[in-house]
Write a protein that binds this ligand. Structure first.
Ligand SMILES: CC(C)(COP(=O)(O)OP(=O)(O)OC[C@H]1O[C@@H](n2cnc3c(N)ncnc32)[C@H](O)[C@@H]1OP(=O)(O)O)[C@@H](O)C(=O)NCCC(=O)NCCS
Length: 173
C-alpha cells in the first residue's frame, strides 16, 4: 500500500488503541505466559494511511487513518509481540508492521522476537511460520491459568477446537 506509513505508538493513540482492542478482542487486557497487561498502555507500532488529498498539502485534508496495530513488550535482549491486527487484510499491513519491528529490534541490538498464540489459531501458525518464526515450545494447559486472570477466554476457539495450550514461536535476529 503506497500511502501507508508505520510509526511508533504515541500517548495520543491510547484512547483509540483501547477502543480498538476492545472491539477486536472484547477486552483491553492481554494475558500471555501467566502475565497480564493493559493493551492500551503498551508500546508498539501503528500503520496509518494518508488521505489522498494530504499529498497536496491541503490543510482541510482528513487526518491519517489508523489501519493496523502491533503491540510489544521488550527488554535489552528480547521483544514479545503481544497483539498484531490489520484492518484491511491481505494488503501487506501485517507484514509491514512486522518488518518495521524487526528492523528496529535489530538496530536496538535485540536478538529474539517471540510471541505466543493459542492451539486453535491455525491461521496464525501459518502466518508466523511463513514469516520466519519457528515453533519452540508448547505450554500445555497454559490457558487454564490464563483464564484465572481473564475469565472471558472462551472454552472453545476457532474451528470448534478447545483452547488449551499456548504455542510459543520465535525469530532469532
Ligand atoms: C494476521 C493479520 C494481522 C495479517 O494482517 P494482513 O494485513 O492481512 O497481513 P498481510 O497482508 O501482510 O498478510 C496476509 C496473510 O495473513 C493471512 N491471514 C488472513 N487472515 C488471517 C487471520 N485471521 N489470522 C491469521 N492470518 C490471516 C493471509 O492468509 C495471508 O497469508 P499468507 O501471505 O501467509 O499466505 C490479520 O489477518 C489480522 O488482523 N487477523 C486477525 C487478528 C489476528 O488473528 N491476529 C493475530 C495473529 S497471531
Amino acid at each position: 500500500m503506497s500511502n501507508m506509513t508505520i510509526r511508533p505508538l504515541e500517548r495520543a493513540d491510547r484512547e483509540w488503541v483501547a477502543h480498538f482492542l476492545d472491539d477486536r478482542w472484547g477486552t483491553t487486557t492481554i494475558v500471555s505466559r501467566g502475565k497480564m497487561r493493559y493493551g492500551h498502555l503498551l508500546e508498539g507500532l501503528i500503520a496509518v494511511r494518508e488521505a489522498a488529498d494530504a499529498a497536496n498539502a491541503d490543510k482541510n485534508a482528513a487526518p491519517p487513518e489508523r489501519i493496523g496495530l502491533l503491540t510489544i513488550e521488550y527488554d535489552a535482549k528480547e521483544c514479545e509481540i503481544l497483539t498484531l491486527d490489520s484492518l484491511v487484510e491481505g494488503m501487506g499491513i501485517g507484514s509491514a508492521l512486522l518488518d518495521a519491528l524487526e528492523e528496529r529490534a535489530r538496530e536496538a541490538g535485540l536478538t529474539r522476537l517471540w510471541l505466543v498464540t493459542t492451539n486453535d489459531n491455525l491461521a496464525s501458525l501459518r502466518f508466523w511460520q511463513k514469516r520466519g518464526y519457528e515453533l519452540v515450545a508448547v505450554h500445555r494447559n497454559a490457558i487454564a491459568a490464563a483464564r484465572r486472570i481473564k475469565p472471558q477466554i472462551p472454552i472453545t476457539g476457532r474451528h470448534g477446537i478447545p483452547i488449551r495450550d499456548e504455542i510459543e514461536l520465535e525469530k532469532r535476529l
